[in-house]
Design a protein around this ligand. Structure first.
Ligand SMILES: C[S@@+](CC[C@H](N)C(=O)[O-])C[C@H]1O[C@@H](n2cnc3c(N)ncnc32)[C@H](O)[C@@H]1O
Ligand SMILES: [Zn+2]
Length: 390
């Protein structure tokens, strides 16, 4: 039940009401720059980005699939909207721990918890995320779900988050430093993630495969298996959800899905195992090849999880639509943008759906990809794709 505004404490900065999912909450009123443009949320006294609603919708839907009541933690909580949504919109999240380094965020999250009547089910902490997570890293104090949602790279929070997830629990990790991960700033990617990014024709998917690999590798060092179960690219963010378990054999099995992706501007794409670093020359056309990795080469989504999520996505049309696209995606590495295919085949770009129909009737598997409306995923070799197009 919403409280009367006049009873709410003065936060020292202007706020307004927002609604997301079942939560009515307060966040900064869109502050404007001195030329009257809305300021980026990073400049707000407390962070809230309405454009990340899909990330929160999917988090809620995933939590609805958990098989028991459990606690969730948000080490980078901002306004608290994600945790409060988990409490109000799921039957499974019984308690939420919220932490933020920004005292204004903690004040606002407390107020939002009170406004939504969940103050008895939250714990609030102010401080560095790493310290918060480490204080929940021993068996018994770990959480079933941890959500890492930074501005920029999640790299410095991932290891401690993995320590804080219990066996059989889940981790959600976002990144917004897309320029690093899609290959526009390979040096920044190496600095932050220790991974090689490079420009490719499927950069948005490469970003997901690098983020997944980063978490799998960090987890492996802790003897933790982080199995990617859902990967999403949307506007300004990439996000991968993982199921967490402990044990060396599981870790070794997961590492078997890491490898190198080699691709050239003529749309040739190859995968190589970890132990054989590929050359920067395309084996097919001898042109310059980009090398990306170590990258996650396994499926970006677990079919059983996506199916379970569908059953819980009725209230979330955006999440439902995204899950639908994801469920249809072929689990191959990379995709072909139709304009680049058309250039290679010296023809006009086909509609992606028309190309998919043609590929299927030629006996191949093919699908769209949620990361790019102009992309086609297929197991057909490139020369067959070009033949179908001509
Ligand atoms: C993108 S916002 C989180 C948004 C929120 N999860 C949501 O869904 O609306 C990132 C938050 O991390 C906080 N932050 C940044 N560095 C931090 C650190 N080292 N420890 C704790 N919080 C931090 C910022 O104050 C900001 O509120
Ligand atoms: Zn080539």
């Amino acid at each position: 039940m919403a409280e009367n505004l006049s009873q709410l404490p003065d936060l020292g900065f202007p706020v307004k009401w927002y609604v997301e999912g079942r939560v009515r909450f307060m966040a900064p009123a869109f502050p404007t720059t001195n030329v009257g443009e809305p300021q980026a949320p990073t400049k707000w006294p407390v962070f809230y980005n309405p454009y990340s609603a899909l990330s929160r919708d999917l988090t809620v839907v995933l939590a609805k699939t958990f098989d028991r009541k459990a606690a969730a933690a948000e080490p980078l909580a901002g306004s608290g909207v994600r945790s409060i949504r988990l409490l109000l919109e799921t039957e499974t999240i019984s308690k939420a721990l919220m932490n933020d380094v920004n005292p204004n965020a903690v004040k606002l999250a407390r107020m939002n918890a009170r406004i939504n009547g969940v103050e008895d089910r939250v714990e609030l902490y102010q401080g560095d995320a790493a310290a918060f997570l480490v204080s929940h890293s021993v068996k018994g104090s770990r959480l079933h779900y941890v959500d890492v949602d930074p501005v920029g790279a999640p790299s410095k929070f991932v290891e401690n988050s993995l320590r804080a997830v219990e066996d059989g629990g889940y981790l959600g990790v976002s990144a917004t430093d897309l320029a690093s991960l899609v290959g526009n700033h390979p040096e920044a990617c190496f600095r932050k993630y220790g991974l090689h990014s490079a420009k490719t024709f499927f950069g948005k998917e490469a970003a997901l495969r690098l983020l997944a690999s980063f978490v799998v590798l960090r987890a492996a060092a802790l003897n933790v298996a982080a199995q990617p179960i859902l990967s999403v690219y949307r506007r300004h963010f990439v996000r991968v959800f993982f199921r967490i378990s402990r044990g060396r054999s599981r870790v070794i099995k997961l590492l078997g899905s890491l490898g190198w992706i080699q691709a050239c501007s003529s749309l040739h794409i190859f995968q190589h195992p970890l132990e054989s670093h590929p050359a920067t020359i395309c084996p097919s056309c001898s042109g310059k090849a980009s090398v990306v990795g170590p990258a996650w080469l396994g499926p970006l989504h677990e079919t059983a999880t996506v199916e379970k999520m569908f059953k819980h996505a009725d209230e979330h049309p955006q999440a439902f639509k995204t899950l639908q696209k994801i469920a249809d995606e072929l689990p191959v590495v990379g995709f072909y943008p139709v304009d680049q295919l058309a250039r290679a085949a010296r023809t006009h770009p086909p509609s992606p759906s028309a190309l998919i129909v043609k590929l299927r009737s030629a006996g191949f598997n093919a699908s769209l990809t949620h990361v790019d409306p102009t992309g086609v995923k297929t197991d057909a070799p490139l020369n067959h794709v070009l033949k179908v197009l001509a």
